[in-house]
Design a protein around this ligand. Sequence first.
Ligand code: MN9
Length: 289
Amino acid sequence: MNFGGIYPALLTPFDKKDCVHKSVLEELVEFNLKKGVKGFYVGGSTAEAFLLSLEERKEILRIVAEKAAGRCVLIAHIGCIAAKHALELGKYAERLGYDMISSIAPFYYKFTFEEIKGYYFEMVDHIGLPMLIYNFPVFSGVNLTVENVSEFLNDERFAGIKHTSTDYFALSRYKAAFPEKLVMNGYDETFLAGLAMGADGAIGSTFNFMADKFIAIQDCFLKSDIKRAQKLQGDANKIIEALCKVGVMQGEKAILEKMGFDFGNARKPFRTLEQKEKDMLYDTIKTYL
Ligand code: MN9
């Protein structure tokens, strides 16, 4: 099966009591399925994974699996600092029928590569799902090198990599060395560059509200309509530029709120946007949507 394509890294809506807002998450899944996304990346950075309890992370995995009900590919992000917790999430995702697991490298304690390797192999030894390595050095502080990643991809239980980095030389080396593995672009603002260097698709936060643009970018690229792909990436980047100014997740939640989803705020310590900031953001971006 070809797993390439566009996957929103689902945001987490919170209700007035700061609990996971089930019905809004279900609406978001349906909204994106109608746009033709290939699947969802569930419980990742964009979902505020590290601001959620394990129970909340399980709840999100369950809500999305039940709502998607076999209609798309589902990737569960199980990354935790403690291997024990990641394992618990991975086994849960397997029971729920997820297609793949994914994990950021364990961070904070400056684990050695041998320790990180031990973590990933423990996951694939005990969870019966392929693993998509998640490399996001800017946030995690752990930089898996091409050589490191290759040690995983040589094993058939590793599906590929979600590469959230602008090192496109590295991305092209993954694809050249492992043409059969899944190489997913991580930064939405450079998706077209990723495609040009060999990415099979992308997992991204802005796809929560503009997946159609990115599906079109990939379609245009595959048809060699590069001019149109550049125009679409340029429009998306006007939006991403505005998001970066207010905070990406907070801004995305504000945009979805304007689109009719009762999204709530990002969890503290993320700051809450003021109404006038939300209005200004939407005013700036709406012509590019
Ligand atoms: O993994 C996402 N990263 C985070 C990818 O959400 C932390 C991206 O989709 C970025 O949010 C996006 C904006 O910089 O490219």
